[in-house]
Every structure is written in C-alpha cells, then in structure tokens.
Design a protein around this ligand. Sequence first.
Ligand code: GLN
Ligand code: ZN
Length: 764
Amino acid sequence: MSVIKSGQLGYPRIGERREWKKTLEAFWAGKIKETDFLDQMEQIRLFHLQKQKEIGIDLIPVGDFSFYDHMLDMAIMFGMIPERFNYNGGVVPLQTYFSMARGNQTAVACEMTKWFNTNYHYIVPEYEGAKLTLTENKPLNAYREAKEKLGIEGKPVLVGPYTFIKLSKGYVRTQLPAFILQLVPLYVQILQELEKEGVEWVQLDEPFLVTSITKEEMKTIAYIYKQLHEAAPKLCIMLQTYFDSVEWYSDLMKLPVQGIGLDFVHGLVENLQNLKTVGFPYDKVLGVGLVDGRNVWRSNLHEKLELVKTISNFVPQDRLWLQPSCSLLHVPVTTKYETKLELEIKNALAFADEKLDEIISLVKGFHCGESTVVEAFANNEKALNQLAQSQARNRSNVHPFVNQIQAHHFHRNLPFRERYKKQQSLLKLPFLPTTTIGSFPQTSEVRQARQKWRKGDWGTERYDESIKEQIKKWIKIQEEIGLDVFVHGEFERTDMVEFFGEKLGGFAFTQYGWVQSYGSRCVRPPIIYGDVEFLDPMTVKESVYAQSLTNKPVKGMITGPVTILNWSFIRNDLSRQQVAYQIALALRKEVEALEAAGIKIIQVDEPALREGLPLKKAAWNDYLDWAVKAFRLTTSSVKDTTQIHTHMCYCEFHDFIDSISELDADVISIETSRSHGELVSSFTDHSYNKGIGLGVYDIHSPRIPSFEEITNMIERGLQVLEPTLFWINPDCGLKTRGIEETIASLQNMVAAATIARKQLIPSP
Ligand code: GLN
Ligand code: ZN
C-alpha cells in the first residue's frame, strides 16, 4: 500500500535540560578535554536521533546538529575561513571553529545576525575570494554515524547553495558569479559522495526562496540546481522552503529536484492557492509543512487533517510527506518536565517532541481513519477547547476595550513642535541634553540579591531595600557626572520583557522552555496565552523613589508593546495586531500611572520593532502600520508637557525611517556608533525632525571612549541634524558594563557635550 510519510526538518540541539549548552560551556571554560567534549556531544546527538526514531518519524534529518551554528558549519566545510584566523588547510581544528564564532586575542569574531525573521542568530560566512575547498563532508559523516550506531537511514540536511550565498558577505555584485562558480563544485562533490554512499534523500534548505527575489535570481537558482542534479542524478533532492510562501511558484516546480517542501502554516494561503491553480508536478514529492515549527501550541488536528485531505486531491498520497513547517530549532524540546504551569495551559502546548507526535497522529489519522487515533484526536480537541473557553482567554474587561479603540486614541493632543516647546520650558534642559538609555551595571551584588529573594532567603522588603540602595547610589553618581536627564538604573529587572510579563495578566512562564538564541545562549520566551491585562503599576515605585532624590528629571522606563510581542510566544487564535493592541492598552495604563505619579519623561523601548518586519517587502506596510499604532496607543494619552522617549538599538533605519517618525515620540535614541557613517548618510537623505539622540559611543565593548572620539561623533551628527533637537547619549543600556568604565565613559561624554555646547553658542 502506498502511504504518506512522516518527515522532519531539524531538531533542537540544546537538549531537554540544556545539556548541550552545559557541555559547550564546560569545554570553553577548560573544564573538560576535547575528547570528552566530543564524546558527550555524540551522546546528545544520538539521543536526539533515537528519540525521533522511537516517535516513528520516517525521514529523520541528520547533519542538522551543530557545535554552535549550522551556517558556521557550512562555512567551515567549504574552508571559508577568513585570513585573520590563520588557517593552514586540512581538517579545521575545533579551536578555529570556535574562534570564528567567538573571536580570540588576535582576531575579531565573524559577524552574527538574525536567521530570517526568527530570534535565532547565525554566523555570517565571509567570502574573501580565496580558493574554496571541501574540508570535510559533514552530512556524509552524520549519515554514516546514524546508520552505524542506530540503524537509521537518515536524510542529510544542508543549507542550500542559494541561501548560503545570499547570507554570506564579503563579495560585491560583480564577484557573485565567481563565488557561485567556486561553490557549486563543492556542493556537487558533497552530493556525489552521498549518492555513492547510497543515500536516498538529501534536504537542501532554501528559505531564501520565500523572500522577494527577482526573476533574474530565479534563473541563477535554476542554473545551480541543474548542475547539482546532473552531477548526482540518482540522489533525490528535497528542496525545502519555509517561513512563508514561495515566490515564483511555477518556476520552482520546474527545477530538476525530486521533492519540494512548502510551508502550509506561514505561507498557507498563497501556497495552497498556487497548488490548486498551478498544480504540482507528477514526478515530485511534496513536503507538507503542516505543524507550526515557530510557535508552542498544539495544532488543531481535525483542521490539519482536513488540510491534508484537500492537498491529497492535488498530489497523490504516496508523494506526500507530512512534516513541521520548519526546523524545530525555534521551539523548546519537550513539555514533559513542566510542573508549574496551569493544566489548561500545559495541555494545550506542544514543543518539539509533542509536535512530532502530532505528525505521527496525522499520518495515522489520514491512513487508517481517525478511529485508530481516537484518543489523540479527542485529547487534542479537549485541550484546545479548554484553553479557548478559559477565563484567561476571555477577560471581560479586555475585549470591549480593544473593540472600542478610536482614531483619537492614537494621537497626541498637539503636534510635535508645539508640545516640544512646552516640554523644554517645563524641563529647563540645556542645549544638547545628555542622558543614558536606562540600565546601569548589573553587578553580581545586584544579581545575588535577586537570587536570594527568588529563593525566599530574603523577604520582599529586604530585596526592595537593596534595589533602593542601588538607585540612590546611581542617582548620586549621575549628579556627580553632571548628566541632564537621569534614569533609575533598572536594577529590579533581569530581562526587559520577562519583567513586564510577570506583572501583566495573560503571560505564563515555563521552567524548561528554552530556545537557542545564538551559540550557547538560550532564551526562555514568555508565553502569552490569554488576554493581556494591566493589573497593578509595574514600574512606578522605583521611578518615584528615584525622582524623590533629585531635582533633575528621571525618565520612567518601560518596554514597548511591539518588543514584548516579538520576544514572546503568542496565542494563535488572535492576530499579532490584536495581541499588540492588548499589550499596548495595558502599557498605556502604566504610562498614565507614571505620569500621575509626577514622572515628566517616559521612555518606551522598542529594540525589537525592526525584527518583526515580514520577509516579503509587500507585507511591510501592513506590519509597520499596526506596529506604529500599537506604540502610539501606548504613549498618546499623556499631557503635552510629558515627554515621550523611545529607544532602538540597530542602525538600519534608511528603509523605514518614515515609520520611525510616525511613532511620534518626542525623542528617539538610537545606535550609531558601530556604523556611524551609514546612519549619518541616511539622515542626509531623509531629514528627521523630532528629538533624536545618536549613540555617541559603543557600549558593547569594555573600552572607555575618549573625549576626542565622542566629540567627533557629536560633530558628525550635528552636520545632518538640527542642533535644537539633538541629544547626547550612549548607544544602548549599560547593564553589561562595569561600574568604573561606565563612570569614566559618561564623564567623557558629558565633557564632550559641554564643549560642543560652548562651540554652538559662543559665550558673549
Ligand atoms: N532600557 C533598556 C536598557 O537600558 C534598553 C535595552 C535595549 O535596548 N535592548 O537596558
Ligand atoms: Zn538598545
């Protein structure tokens, strides 16, 4: 009987209890030898494969495991090792591998950036024009290992050539053909060796195909895949896309590959539409990305099964693989250790292992009828219904409010120029005011106090006292340095999203719901499971205390709605926009509470606004429209004299500077010091006419910026921005810096500001 198969794209590396992270860090710290490191990593890897085998997955990916990052693995495999790492050929030593990821005494690390629209960061391969060679065939080794040790006939996974090329850097347009010509033979070699070994399927990941690519690029892709197919004609290639629907569907269908994987979660509408109207080639397998690999909720199995039935009208079942929508790298490993979640939440969650169980249930449900999986389907329905009907999902005081939002809720009373004048006369700030971004050093003293309080060794009163001491200390330091606008220092916060999540209604926190962010760093995103509700003021106590100690204005400090949204797992029964508005309305109350308590400047941080941009340019406007509105909903109800600040820490502004202006914040502080030139030029093209603080030094490195260096930054900024609107600040929070270096850096900054003021207004 011909049957539907179960597929899988990639498995989380970090382990059920972050064993992977611990092994990695022990090795870096010199606590374990290289041989032990390799042994332990092998055990973790094999355990993950064995689990997938036991769950019953037919097409188990191999080679997706990594010691750091899969893009770095590819670069290493191709010998793309920048000269500064002094590599001399042969097998790349582990030390070189980790130096590229983390830097060493003599060489800075390779750049790291976000993997499409996820929170995962990959190492950016650098092409320096040198000849590339295959240093090892990693997928082949992974295939052999799985077969020999576990009897698994694995499906080797690689980043596909076009995506790899597009995500690499170091070449200009004209060098692209040379790069492609170097790379294709290496892919050919890998595939030929796999073919010779008897591998049946290989998965080439091409998420780049869901972005807005040109017809010209499609031709290049066709050229590359033709080469690959002709070189290894017996090997079946599954060309795997994910994160959205594919562009150029018809062209893609003509590629000489044996399978195409599409995302029927994030690209459902377009992919399904194309399938129905254009059809699907009779000689290919369709990988049906069915179970959401980006979110933590159980799928609705009935609905998914219906979708499979629909799809099977267009593609015969023996050519269908049911699989997650993307690699499961982006979700936690398993819900089985969660003991503290309320059952209505826990039962509705599915992390990686549970998602694979869903795939199996769907395969069985399709073949043998739902009666063979009655229990799985019944449990699924019950769990989803319970959550849907729960009180938390339907807070009677949230919905009506969201539904009643009106146009005037998004608008401040006066236009910027008029209110800014009023604010300046109330605040009496000097020309070129100086300030910081919010956090001051979180020393071990601060962290230990929090630990003691969390463990119960310290009562809340004692802990609050210790926070107050820190605030007091830093208000005094800011007085001594001579800053103009103060902050309280954020000592009470570990994480800028978690802090608010713990205090708002509608958020849940897991014990083990970790996801890899970059390298060994994992994050545990909050889960927004219900209606978001303001319960009590969250930041007023600390801000008011700080303000009571000084005559200088102290900024209130909150995390913005779009950042909270983008850094959480969110419910999937509402749109992102609806959830953003709920958060915004809750935060609006916090802003109002701060204002009522006498705080005159309120900063609403939005560092994650940019990363929520959709992969397709055509969808940008819609996102930016509601993201801007969510920010304005948070901030618009204040008096004319209350000054709203925002902060973002990245420099690619040129492509959405208009939206930044539409936030209608009175002052924005942004990062510029790492790429000053680019940013300044983007302001030359588009004038920005609200308050703006260009970061005048980089807080990411432990060095103290000199007076001259900062002066230089100020001067360059003043060339393109209006002096009356110009603010002076570091480029991000100072949480990770030491106390002494922070003070010294800020002293230089204030000295530079003082001189700049004198030059602009020469004394009579
Ligand atoms: N106010 C925050 C801080 O200073 C901003 C952090 C951020 O931009 N990521 O720490
Ligand atoms: Zn920042």
